[in-house]
Design a protein around this ligand. Structure first.
Ligand code: NAX
Length: 326
């Protein structure tokens, strides 16, 4: 058995965590040889509920789970953390736009950034899920100046998986047959799901689907999928969000495979003209050592560039609204 890794989850009594935690400690994240210490963060009023989750985790008798530490103190939760899932935030309710969430959730991420800066491992990987995820990642990163910006990412893997699933259904293939999908931009309705580089069983996706399907169905369906799920379930995506969090953290740690890439919202380095320092979703490849590289030199047509810039503009506006916390 390897040395245990410390995994911290904020919002640990919430609905995403209720799927996420059990999958992490069953070995789905890092395999069956990797023992885990879990540090679970909640607000004080939710500690009793968290206690129930901890009882259930213990009742699974998972061989990989060495210890569970529930707490309402972020400095205890993030102590020596190697991997952090930040899902502790209010979710969007029916009819609410992500921007409405900004004001109430931003402070949480400023505080958690400071705590990470003080106590987390210097090589920590912090995946921000709580919405608005990209701007919350920015707030967290800016409040953790002693950590490299490469320690932070926001989740766009759910959008990436949604795009794969739509294309697979359209082409009558399985999700594993789809490669090189891209989500550009913000995890919001301005995101741009891009098929220009995608392949279906090795064939260019563009040659297999009609232009009209892309603009009238594919792009809006992926962009508005979160709202559609809220409309149908009365609650925001939870199991699929937990699944995507596992997919993104696993790819970020163990690497991408077979010349494929994943979409991750990472610290922009000027690639594709996107302003440096925004957390923007790009196609990335990850080495087996966990080093992330934005895929460069993709041909971008005028339609795509316009869509990418719309999402960049929204991220700049969100940044303006939280300037006081940066
Ligand atoms: P829940 O309300 O079920 O859970 C959130 C939990 O966070 C609650 O238990 C709450 O007590 C806790 N919490 C609140 N403030 C906290 C703080 N300061 N420290 C620690 N914990 C705190 O929401 P859930 O459905 O689990 O969603 C969590 C977040 O993920 C929301 O912001 C939601 O909008 C976002 N999502 C992001 C997605 C993405 O793709 N990036 C998709 C799914 C989801 O909508």
């Amino acid at each position: 058995m390897k040395t245990p890794v410390v995994i911290a989850v904020a919002g640990a009594a919430g609905q995403i965590s209720y799927s996420l935690l059990f999958r992490i400690v069953s070995g789905e994240l890092f395999g069956l040889e990797q023992p885990i210490i879990l540090r679970l963060l909640e607000i004080t009023p939710s500690l009793e509920k968290l206690h129930g989750v901890v009882m259930e985790l213990n009742d699974c008798a998972y061989p990989l789970l060495q210890k569970v530490i529930p707490t309402d103190d972020s400095r205890v939760a993030f102590k020596d953390a190697d991997y952090v899932f930040l899902a502790g935030a209010k979710p969007r309710k029916m009819g609410m736009k992500r921007k409405d969430l900004l004001a109430s959730n931003a402070l949480i991420f400023a505080e958690q950034g400071k705590a990470l800066n003080e106590v987390a491992s210097r090589h920590v990987k912090v995946l921000v899920t709580g919405n608005p995820a990209n701007t919350n990642a920015l707030i967290t990163q800016r409040n953790a100046p002693d950590l490299s910006p490469s320690c932070f990412a926001a989740m766009s893997m759910l959008d990436h998986n949604r795009a794969i699933s739509q294309l697979a259904e359209k082409c009558g293939v399985r999700s594993k047959d789809i490669k090189n999908i891209i989500i550009w931009g913000n995890h919001s309705e301005t995101q741009y799901p891009d098929l220009h580089h995608a392949t279906v069983k090795g064939q260019n996706a563009f040659a297999l689907v009609e232009d009209e399907w892309i603009t009238e169905y594919f792009i809006p369906t992926v962009q508005h999928r979160g709202a559609a799920i809220i409309g149908a379930r009365g609650l925001s995506s939870a199991a699929s969000a937990a699944n995507a969090a596992i997919d993104q953290m696993r790819a970020w740690t163990l690497g991408t495979q077979n010349n494929d890439w994943v979409s991750m919202a990472v610290f922009a380095d000027g690639s594709y003209g996107i302003e440096n320092g925004l957390f923007y979703s790009f196609p990335v490849r990850v080495s087996a050592e966990g080093e992330v590289t934005i895929v460069s030199d993709l041909q971008i047509d005028a339609f795509s560039l316009m869509r990418m810039q719309v999402s960049e503009r929204e991220l700049k506006e969100e940044r303006m609204a939280v300037q006081h916390l940066l």
